[in-house]
Write a protein that binds this ligand. Structure first.
Ligand code: AMP
Length: 282
């Protein structure tokens, strides 16, 4: 496994066999099974696999957890070796944002809602760093988790709009046995908070159940999810949403598909989760 923070070496590795396919998994490190599931899928579908580990400052607001974001590079590298990853790119801030840097990539409409409404500068940072990484790695396929559903929609839009010559592949959310979606930020939770954090998946699952039972009112679904989250004393609701999975617009009335999503503060830790619903074929 080649580990490099050099653009020259990255490009040299990438183009050693120009006709080979490359799968790419961008991450912020502190890897868990969610990240590894993406690396595994990339391994299965490509000749070579590249993973980047970079805590991207431009996607954090000044009030957020950039400085405390968990890091453990040695452990990450051991895990990636175990998955047969070929190349790990570990750039630093100077390489990604040298003095004088002034070009940003911004996707418009779909970044103004949900995470974009709560974190107005977040997606500008995400699309900028992902565009840079796509240009550097030039993968055949790039793998993202459904856990960050809006991110996957935004990245897919950017890749289409800017004609990136690659396929964006979205993989299922990996969860703990009690439903909590794996996240590097789960590390921040105290044991009682960890218990309380199951409220996100409980609320979303309840929403799916209501949809399966025939409920179609966005308002009623929203209120039901909100009620579950507000009943948890350690949780503070940021948003709950019933939206269209392609446009991310809130739905008054659900038709054949919806994405239920929520963002919740557990203490100072902000967690997100989502679940997709699709009407079963009759
Ligand atoms: P991050 O390191 O948080 O930037 O995440 C890197 C990639 O891993 C993103 O595409 C995430 O959506 C994905 N990811 C994070 N958590 C999970 C999870 N629990 N299941 C599947 N993918 C995940």
């Amino acid at each position: 496994m080649v580990i490099t923070s050099s653009i020259t070496e990255l490009r040299q590795q990438r183009w050693q066999q120009p006709d080979a396919s490359w799968g790419f998994v961008p991450t912020m490190g502190y890897l868990h099974e969610g990240h590894l599931s993406l690396a595994r899928r990339a391994r299965a579908e490509n000749n070579f696999v590249a993973v980047s580990i970079y805590v991207n400052p431009t996607q954090f607001a000044p009030t957020e957890d950039l400085s405390s974001y968990p890091r453990d590079l040695e452990r990450d590298l051991t895990l990636l070796r175990g998955e047969g990853v070929d190349l790990v790119f570990t750039p630093d801030d100077l390489l990604m944002y040298p003095p004088g840097f002034q070009t940003y990539v911004m996707v418009e409409k779909i970044t103004t809602v949900l995470e974009g409404a709560s974190r107005p500068t977040h997606f500008r940072g995400v699309t900028t760093v992902v565009a840079k990484l796509f240009n550097l790695v030039q993968p055949t396929r790039a793998y993202f988790g459904q856990k960050d559903f809006q991110q996957s929609v935004v990245v897919r839009q950017m890749a289409a709009d800017l004609n990136f010559n690659l396929e964006v592949i979205v993989c299922p959310t990996v969860r703990e046995a009690d439903g909590l979606a794996l996240s590097s930020r789960n590390k921040y939770l105290t044991p009682p908070q960890r218990q309380a954090a199951t409220v996100l998946s409980r609320a979303l699952r309840h929403g799916l159940e209501l949809l399966d039972e025939g409920e179609r009112s966005g308002h009623i679904l929203h209120r039901a999810m909100q009620g579950i989250i507000e009943a948890e004393p350690l949780a503070r609701l940021d948003y709950a949403s019933v939206a269209h999975p392609l446009t991310l617009q809130e739905l008054d009335k659900v038709e054949n598909m919806a994405v239920l999503s929520t963002a919740v503060f557990i203490g100072k830790t902000r967690l997100i989760d989502n679940m997709l619903w699709q009407e079963r074929e009759a």
